[in-house]
Design a protein around this ligand. Sequence first.
Ligand code: S3P
Length: 177
Amino acid sequence: MSGKGSHIVLIGFMGSGKSTIGKLLSTHLKRPLIDTDLEIEKSEGRSIADIFEQEGEVYFRKIESKTLQDALQSKEAAIISVGGGAPCFLQGISYIKKYSFSFYLKVGRSVLLRRINGDKSRPLAGDKTKSELKQFIDKSLREREKFYKSANQTILAYDQPEMIVKRMLKYIDKEQI
Ligand code: S3P
């Protein structure tokens, strides 16, 4: 999809602000918001944490991939916020690149650590000590950044959400996305 009215996909690590930014962009642009984690929870009737615990990560990645592909095939141009792993498994980034314009919301390790430390709703992070989490973030970022960085546009996402969205809207308007 290209030109005005493309799907816009937000990618980035857990805690980078995808859900918050997604909601704001959806409101400003009057386009529907699809949050793949929420779609998965709806279709599975259980939380992401329960899916990981009861079925394991491989099962989750398959559902996540299907949910992402369905979202990208939806008719109306949407804002699609995806889980942190979605671009990095089962060719997620290829689908994102093919059917949308993508933004990578980039923040550094210390901000990510502050935001996700102790968050039990995040199965990959919730049960880790602070120092385990630091190592996990470093390792995951090393593995994942190549996928994240291939987004169409990288946005430094340290500001308040409204400020970040303002910058994105300027870009979206200029590029007629
Ligand atoms: C994951 C990120 C989560 C969720 C799942 C796995 C990941 O989404 O999809 O817990 O692998 O990074 P958020 O990035 O919205 O927290």
